[in-house]
Write a new protein. Structure first.
Length: 275
């Protein structure tokens, strides 16, 4: 009993130190199998997760600052140059160049706000949504750059937030259109109690080893940088977060050609199968 108390004391002492100083440290794990050893192991696992989350936050803040800095630097250079040679400046051209940087800043900030809202668990406005109808209205609204085929099974309903699901679709469609060679295909279907939406393009696709990477914040693959000069690399992370808040998943699956994004969300509970 006394030995157990000594072990608990050592764990508590180390935890106090960790709270005050360094999240990289771990509590001592007693050698013999016991409840206390299990407790120490659980504490260390929790610390592992906390440390990973803190690291992720740190990286996110640093990537965000870096991405915000580039358009700011560009704008500052333009203003400084214009002020240095005010008589030689074509102010209209300057203003247009600055507007491009402002657009970029605005895009990054609005994506960051969406992510912050999703991260902080701001509640969604859930309602019954006919996914096929939502997809069709989004497709009808878009200005097309490439033809988009659609194959929509009727009556596939989910519990969802209309604005967020529309945003998810827009992010996938923007990417698909940008990377397609000649066309994009979208489908909505019901599969084993799940609603499935696929967005497929016929472009160069994404290598299997990069399929998880593209869902990380600020990732933009080198191969496609010239195609998406204005991208922030937040479109897919936002789309995946939205899928998660709907109890679903969004991932890349195999395809003969191009990238195939597949979204799966649970069907609405009162779905009777042949609505
Ligand atoms: N359909 C696709 N085909 C090929 N590569 C893709 C496709 N969709 C995304 N990618 C790659 O994944 C990266 C991340 O996509 P994501 O949508 O997150 O960011 P983005 O499109 O660069 O910027 P944003 O969506 O914020 O404008 C893209 O930069 C691109 O390299
Ligand atoms: Mg995108």
């Amino acid at each position: 009993m006394k030995a157990a108390l000594v072990q608990v004391k050592a764990i508590r002492h180390e935890l106090e130190e960790i709270t005050a100083t360094d999240i990289g440290r771990r509590v001592p794990v007693p050698a013999a199998r016991s409840e206390i050893r299990q407790l120490a192991e659980t504490i260390n696992q929790t610390l592992d997760r906390l440390e990973a989350a803190a690291e992720q936050q740190r990286r996110f803040a640093s990537d965000a600052s870096h991405d915000l800095r580039s358009p700011l630097t560009a704008m500052r250079a333009q203003v400084e140059e214009a002020l240095r040679y005010p008589d030689d400046v074509d102010w209209k051209t300057k203003a247009h160049a600055m507007l491009a940087s402002l657009d970029r800043l605005q895009a990054i900030v609005s994506d960051l706000l969406i992510l912050a809202k999703l991260d902080s668990g701001v509640p969604a406005h859930y309602e019954r949504i006919d996914l096929g109808a939502l997809v069709c209205s989004e497709l009808d609204r878009r200005r097309r750059n490439v033809p988009i085929d659609r194959e929509v099974q009727p009556g596939v309903a989910v519990t969802g937030d209309r604005l967020r699901l529309a945003r998810l679709l827009t992010n996938l469609l923007d990417n698909a259109e940008r990377h397609a060679d000649s066309k994009v295909s979208v489908s909505v279907a019901r599969e084993d109690g799940t609603a499935v939406v696929e967005v497929l393009d016929d472009g160069a696709g994404i290598a299997p080893e990069q399929r998880e990477l593209v869902f990380q914040r600020f990732t933009r693959l080198d191969a496609s940088r010239n195609r998406d000069a204005g991208g922030t690399g937040l479109g897919l992370p936002i789309a995946r977060e939205i899928a998660r808040t709907h109890g679903g998943i969004l991932r890349l699956e195999d395809s003969v050609r191009g990238a195939r994004f597949v979204l799966r969300i649970p069907l609405h509970p009162d779905q009777d199968g042949d609505l």
